[in-house]
Design a protein around this ligand. Structure first.
Ligand code: HEM
Length: 333
């Protein structure tokens, strides 16, 4: 709020200034994006999360299993054009490709009927918060105190103890190999979605993209010898010698499975079916330029796929739009 408006409000209340809490407060999406900037710095022109990235193009082909579960035109069996953005976790555009963080796979599907399907997936089966309100404090307790140059250990401990589910993703990443390629790691939606069939039947799912090249991590030796930037070159070379593909898989929820907490994975015993294939066969400057301007808002869904009531999923569009606004505004300067 600007000072003139405050002054006018003060006049309106007979000259007595009455602070109204809501007016001074930062909205939740602003707090989330500000917390990303607080931890990673304000990186002009970059995405505030998953800042370091690389784009490719290709297509998706849905199969009969997909058609059985959802009426979405994306499963009709034809090639659906796709733009993909791979990324390294965090808000630093210069992050090392050897970072022990998630890798991202964001996709834009352009369906034959003019619909779009957007999504952004990560290389961990769980997300780091179960509620959107935990997002900013999770980052703030990890942000170095300017006085000491380190995060406050007591605050971090207290937050972790009060929010134990926010440590599950870190524990998973601590044990997972560091991906040797964007093409050799599994990506998960973490959030649940609802597939609705032509007959109106509902099935809640979490999806994954399983790499045809298998899961391959860096060896101890490669971790020492590889430079901080190798993922983009590696992917470009890989595509030059043949398409990169992923199986699109759906983990099917059973009655009673929780649908609203992306920190909790469903039991391994849940059925996983393949519903299509993603093929990436092009890396070029035009794709890169187009993809910079996209924000992969996961609530842009085609008819036949609906969001679950997961509050983390439902909270995503606003901070994505805010980040898009900030980075495109900066890039234009
Ligand atoms: C409250 C929860 C969340 C907040 C506040 C948040 C915030 C953000 C922001 C600000 C961006 C940058 C958007 C842009 O500039 O275009 C972003 C990107 C991204 N987020 Fe989230 N996010 C949340 C949940 C999730 C979840 C649950 C996932 C897991 C699948 C996820 C995966 C990603 C990925 C992969 C990207 C990069 C997309 C791209 O390549 O453009 N986020 N997030």
């Amino acid at each position: 709020m600007n000072h003139l408006l405050l002054a006018l409000l003060a006049v309106g209340f007979g000259g007595t200034f009455i602070p109204v809490a809501a007016q001074a407060q930062t909205s939740l999406p602003e707090a989330q994006v500000n917390a990303l900037e607080g931890l990673f710095g304000k990186q002009a022109g970059s995405r505030r999360s998953q800042a370091k990235g690389f784009c490719a193009a290709g297509y998706f082909v849905g199969d009969a299993t997909g058609r059985g579960l959802s009426s979405a035109a994306v499963f009709n069996g034809d090639r659906v054009p796709v733009i993909a953005r791979f990324s390294v976790g965090g808000g630093n555009p210069k992050a090392s490709d050897k970072s022990r963080s998630v890798r991202g796979l964001a996709l834009q599907f352009s369906l034959p009927n003019g619909e779009q399907w957007l999504m952004a997936n990560i290389s961990a089966p769980m997300y780091f918060v179960s509620k959107p309100e935990q997002f900013a404090p999770f980052l703030q307790v990890r942000t170095p105190d300017p006085a000491t140059g380190k995060p406050d250990a007591d605050k971090l401990k207290a937050f972790n103890e009060a929010n134990p589910e926010t440590t599950l993703q870190g524990a998973y990443l601590a044990k997972a190999p560091i991906p040797a390629s964007y093409a050799t790691v599994n990506y998960w939606s973490t959030n649940a979605f609802e597939m609705v069939s032509r007959g109106g039947q509902s099935q809640f799912v979490r999806w994954q993209f399983a790499p045809s090249a298998g899961d391959v991590g860096l060896t101890e030796e490669q971790l020492k010898t590889f430079p901080d930037n190798f993922l983009a070159d590696e992917f470009t070379k890989r595509v030059a010698s043949g398409p990169v593909s992923f199986d699109f898989k759906l983990q099917l929820a059973e009655a009673g499975d929780q649908l609203t907490d992306p920190t909790r994975v469903w039991p391994d015993s849940r059925k996983v079916v393949t519903a299509g294939k993603l093929v990436l066969d092009k890396v070029d400057a035009a794709t890169m330029a187009a993809c910079d301007k996209i924000t992969f808002n996961p609530l842009v869904l085609p008819a036949g796929i609906k969001p679950s009531a997961d509050p983390v999923l439902l909270a995503r569009p606003a901070p994505y739009a805010l980040s898009l606004g900030r980075r495109l505004g900066e890039a234009a300067k």
